[in-house]
Design a protein around this ligand. Structure first.
Ligand code: PLP
Length: 410
């Protein structure tokens, strides 16, 4: 058994490449040929593990999946084209007509749009609860509930719920918890230790690191007994603990076509190697920036789970080992002030990503949430006064100097 940093550099590297390559090559091919028809049939039937077609599996993608899975301590991992593809596949694997998802309004805006609009049209029912209100969570879970969905640190509200308590309440009713761990990654939060059934990730963010490519992942932590899930009970009889993974590989992932491209898998495997270093540095830099930004003229408030005044501080401290992620938000007087501030930055980039090596700033209300009217924003925990900062691995002194440049323009 090796440790996180060791697994990060070794787990997706090949053990026996024909040329001794230390990195899994990019297998940029759509299909794989077979010596004879019987072997090809065996591969399709799953009797002999083999790659047949890169929409289903691919060696470069598989190496990335194995690396990530080792870091998460999972049962198995399926890499996807994006974080949104990962969420879509999980909901489509576990849900169905009239199924219900219990979640929070404090999740990524596109996730809300996916659940309520895109999948809502196919009959999915969504019930929003406050994930910090355990009584509300427990009473929302009923026999139509296919899954409970939450984020480890919600984006951009930065709320942190008691994951173990929610997982226990859900498991008691035979319902799996799906956690979007994009903001924490398996480095800060080992979701299987908190009873999470499935972790989904946008690997576009911290895993890729340099903002090189879009990607996602579905990690079955192995903690949920799929025999207890109505939709997967048949698969559980056939595939045992691998019911979800088999349903994804043999049906949902294959049919939806949300596969990760081999070249992107290669880029993301590179990112995986340095995940711990970058997340550690981003967390430290975000803490420095949050502490020093609080009290600056023009800044009405700073929201960061690392600040002792944050309502989520204690929970984050307990769950994430005294590290609080790389994202913080702060409030300025109004939208005009936010735009003037943003437009006077010269180092920090104006962009919508998080988890990039570069520090990025965004005005969420006018971008990710631009479809919502002003009065619809408050329940989503977003306001026109809010700036989101994803603090990278650039020097926090330079980041603070640039923030001061923006503030000085107000
Ligand atoms: C928490 C969270 N989940 C999911 C996503 C979607 O991921 P992707 O952009 O890789 O589809 C994002 C950001 O885009 C996110 O911030």
């Amino acid at each position: 058994v090796t440790r996180f940093d060791t697994n990060a550099v070794h787990a997706s590297a090949p053990q026996s490449d024909v040329h001794g390559a230390l990195r899994t090559p990019v297998y940029d091919t759509a299909a794989f040929e077979f010596a004879d028809s019987a072997t090809l049939q065996g591969a399709f039937e799953g009797r002999q593990p083999a790659h047949t077609y890169s929409r289903s599996t691919n060696p470069t993608v598989e190496a990335f999946e194995q690396g990530l899975n080792t870091l998460a301590g999972g049962l198995g991992t399926v890499a996807t084209a994006s974080g949104m593809a990962a969420i879509t596949e999980v909901v489509m694997a576990l849900g169905g007509r009239d199924a219900k998802v219990v979640t929070s309004r404090y999740v990524f805006g596109n996730t809300i749009s996916l659940l309520t609009k895109t999948l809502g049209r196919w009959g999915l029912d969504v019930q929003f609860v406050d994930m910090r209100d355990m009584a509300a969570v427990a009473s929302a879970i009923d026999d139509r509930t296919a899954l409970v969905f939450l984020e480890s640190i919600t984006n951009p509200q930065l709320q942190v719920a008691d994951v173990a308590a929610i997982a226990e309440a859900a498991a008691g009713k035979g319902v799996p918890v799906v956690l979007d761990g994009t903001a924490t990654t398996p480095y800060l939060f080992r979701s299987r230790d908190f009873g999470v059934a499935i972790e989904v990730l946008s690997t576009t963010k911290y895993v890729a690191g340099g903002g090189t490519s879009i990607g996602g992942a579905i990690i079955d932590t192995g903690r949920f007994d799929w025999r207890r899930h109505g939709r997967l009970a048949d698969a559980a009889r056939r595939f045992g603990p691998h019911a979800l993974l088999a349903t994804l590989r043999r049906e949902v992932h294959r049919n939806l076509g949300g596969c990760l491209a081999p070249h992107n898998a290669y880029l993301q495997s590179l990112g995986l190697e340095t995940l711990a270093l970058r997340v550690e540095r981003s967390c430290a830099n975000a803490m420095t920036v949050a502490q020093r930004l609080a009290g600056r003229a023009g800044v009405l408030s700073v929201n960061y789970p690392g600040l002792p005044g944050s309502p989520d501080h204690a929970m984050a401290q307990r769950q994430f080992g005294d590290r609080y992620g790389g994202i913080l938000t702060f409030e300025l007087a109004d939208k005009v002030a936010c735009f003037r501030f943003m437009d006077n930055l010269t180092l920090i980039r104006r962009a919508t990503n998080i988890g990039d090596n570069k520090t990025l700033a965004l005005h969420p209300a006018s971008t990710i949430y631009c479809e919502y009217k002003a009065d619809e924003l408050a329940p989503l925990g977003v306001s026109h006064r809010m700036i989101r900062l994803s603090v990278g691995i650039d020097d926090p002194d330079d980041v603070l100097e640039d923030l001061d440049r923006g503030l000085a323009a107000l």
